[in-house]
Design a protein around this ligand. Sequence first.
Ligand code: M3P
Ligand code: FE
Length: 310
Amino acid sequence: MSLRGVLRLGEIAIRVLDIEKSREHYDKRMGLKEVLVDDKGRVYFKAWDEHDHHSLVLRETDQAGMDYFAFKVYDDQTLTNLEPKIRAFGLDVTHAAAGEYPESGRRLIFVLPSGHTMHLYAEMEQTGNTLGTHNPGVLPDEGVIRGFRINRMDHCLLGGVNIDDNVRLFREVFGFDLSEKIIDAETGISLAVFLSCSTTPHDVAFVLQPEPNRFHHVSYLLESETDVIHAADLIGKYRISVDVGPNRHGVTRGATIYFFDPSGNRNEVFSGGYLHYPDTPTLVWDTNELGPATFSQDNIVRESFLNVLT
Ligand code: M3P
Ligand code: FE
């Protein structure tokens, strides 16, 4: 893995019920920065330490959930190389021209076996993280790091059908590793799969659901576990709906909090976890250890965490 193929989760488009309440949540409380409202009224945000123009897109409508998620790839040649492989896997691929999605180069668009719409793109306007690139220093100006002190978007967890087919696509076509999985102890069926294209334990994950195309959470990286507690204090102060208070995942070993945006979409902030390399073996958990796999500080299986999706 020299990271010259599929790079990272670069953009996620989430549906919200009330754009003003969502602005308050994502910008004022979480501390993401609003950077654009497009001609369709969609609102764009970025985390402070992302160089690209944006990473989060919100669209107001009457049903919460996710419209699509988009991975950035290394260059345009990577897109060209991937398209026939995605088709050979059996998926239809449509195209979006450069500029069709704001500040973005051309895109490949397809629907995963799990029912989720995924985009790949190579170019996005780079607006920087405010530090510049020549003698950047380490701390941006006062006020740039706000709210939950989020560094960057990290991963998403999506619920759907056929998750083993997703695993095959991500491994065989996109070059991801299966870093971890949770299986049913009796049947061996995959219940959750964690896929990495980098040195993080996961860049995307899928959890088995009876219905396709469900959204479980989008997750943001914090600098430290102290910042996880700071975010928890703000979640309490502003009466943000909590799913699971500060805890640690067994899977990935991240220190985590789950909470909900005003539309019921789940968000996560986390810090820590191990480094993944291509020779790291796949770690397997079974349902006899579902508590420790999900929340390792109290080992409690939480029904809401497993069953509430948008
Ligand atoms: C994460 C994470 C499950 C674990 C999820 C883990 C579904 O979201 O960020 O490590 O058991
Ligand atoms: Fe997560």
